[in-house]
Design a binder for this molecule. Structure first.
Ligand code: ADE
Length: 419
């Protein structure tokens, strides 16, 4: 089942390769920006003789990023950023393509870290992370020789900025999450759609007509609320930030604390990036049949221990859907064990949106290596690269836009003209 071969790896089953190859190619057809970058990098080899260690969801979209790095000259090793998001057929196809993968869907916590250590043992020089587990692990191990890293997600960027603030960051980071062509699209439209996709695959419920509670009104929460509303749900938003709460209200949603939303909701989804957002006291108020899911990076947003403590019986109802029969006689349904429902119960964000996220990743690795002089801080990718990704994406969609006239340029750079 596990295999150590020519390409050092630890995957479920190499026989899944043909399925992986077909699905990776399907995704590739929807990733034109990354493909253009890959074609350039194949010629220029910006990563020649570099080792890149990646901790990402092992999906078809990630596979196309791995191919880009490899075609750009890198030796690439990949482990999973979540034990439930690995697509075993993708892992197989990558290994068949001579890219090292250490990931099996359903790995235990111990295996998850063992796989990460397998990547670290290969002495990566640049790290690509999703959630900052890989970067924090190499810091704990005081690993030398790392030139820089990139981070894919809001949760990871928060952790890394804290490391910067505490002056413990040992190399520069590009916060890919903070690129405009990342969070405005991946976090909003990607999470919005893939979270609904995960809930539907796990439950086949009708979204229309129900009360859909979104905990957290960051970019992911905004996207999710928008999509749930679009499907006919009554959306309730819970927030701790007064500005975001106000924005949710003015966007047309009902805003209330979780202590009130608990009794009203039919479906609850956490997208806060914080811990214990849905607690025992909330679960005790929920209706019989309420569905609870999380789409934040870590499985910490729903208090699973609290849920266990008020449960008399648990059983699997459908894939990724567990019933918890409570002591109060009601039944709650937890999806995907409280892990990212969009990746554990569905396939993550569509390739069309990951195209931009992973174009940012490829350019960020190139930028770190080109610059070579960045301080041990968290940076954004330069705006011109971010805008170039948007330009290429528009072009791939056949959409033209206007250009400033010389007169408009002068107007924007003047403080006396045309007032
Ligand atoms: N994060 C969210 N969706 C993803 C996907 N499809 N591939 C990799 N990482 C993701």
């Amino acid at each position: 089942m596990k295999r150590r071969g020519v390409t050092d790896s630890r995957i479920r089953d190499i026989a899944l390769t043909p399925e992986g190859q077909r699905k990776i190619d399907w995704a590739d057809a929807k990733m034109p920006v990354l493909r253009l970058i890959r074609e350039r990098m194949k010629k220029e080899k910006p990563f020649r003789n570099r080792r890149v260690g990646c901790c990402l969801h092992v999906t078809t979209e990630t596979a196309n990023l791995m191919r880009t790095l490899r075609d750009g000259g890198a030796e690439v090793m990949l482990c999973a950023s979540n034990p439930l998001s690995t697509q075993d057929y993708v892992a197989a196809a990558l290994v068949a393509d001579n890219i090292s993968v250490y990931a099996c869907r359903g790995d235990s916590r111990k295996e998850y870290y063992a796989n990460m250590n397998r990547v670290i043992a290969r002495r990566p020089e640049v790290l690509i992370d999703d959630g900052a587990d890989l970067i924090s692990t190499v810091h704990k191990q005081r690993l030398a020789g790392i030139i820089g890293g990139t981070e894919e997600t809001t949760t990871g960027v928060i952790r890394l900025k804290q490391m910067e603030k505490n002056r413990v960051l040992n190399f520069p980071i590009i916060a890919v999450n903070d690129s405009l062509t990342k969070y405005l699209f991946d976090n909003r439209y990607g999470t919005g759609q893939s979270t609904i996709d995960g809930i539907l695959r796990a439950t086949n419920i009708l979204i229309s007509g129900g009360n859909f509670v979104v905990a957290g009104y960051g970019w992911c929460g905004r996207g999710l609320a928008m999509r749930a509303k679009g499907m006919g749900a009554q959306v309730i938003v819970t927030e701790v930030d007064p500005v975001k709460a106000l924005e949710a209200r003015m966007d047309g949603y009902t805003v209330m604390p979780m202590s009130e939303a608990a009794a009203a909701g039919d479906v609850f989804v956490t997208v806060t990036g914080n811990i214990n957002v849905i607690r025992k006291e909330h679960m005790l108020k929920m209706k019989d049949g309420a569905i609870i899911a999380n789409s934040g990076h870590f499985d910490v947003e729903i208090d699973k221990i609290g849920l266990k403590n008020i449960t008399v019986r648990k059983r699997l109802i459908r894939n990724s859907c567990e019933e918890y029969k409570l002591k109060n006689g009601r039944r709650l349904y937890l999806l995907a064990e409280g892990r990212l429902v969009n990746l554990a119960a569905a396939e993550g964000h569509p390739a069309m949106v990951m195209d931009m996220s992973f174009a940012n990743q490829a350019l960020a690795v190139e930028y770190i290596l080109q610059r070579g002089d960045l301080a041990n801080e968290v940076y954004r990718l330069p705006l011109d690269l971010d805008q170039e990704i948007a330009r290429l994406k528009l072009k791939s969609m056949g959409i033209g836009i206007d250009r400033l006239t010389p007169e408009q340029r002068r107007y924007l750079s003047s403080w006396t003209m045309g007032t």
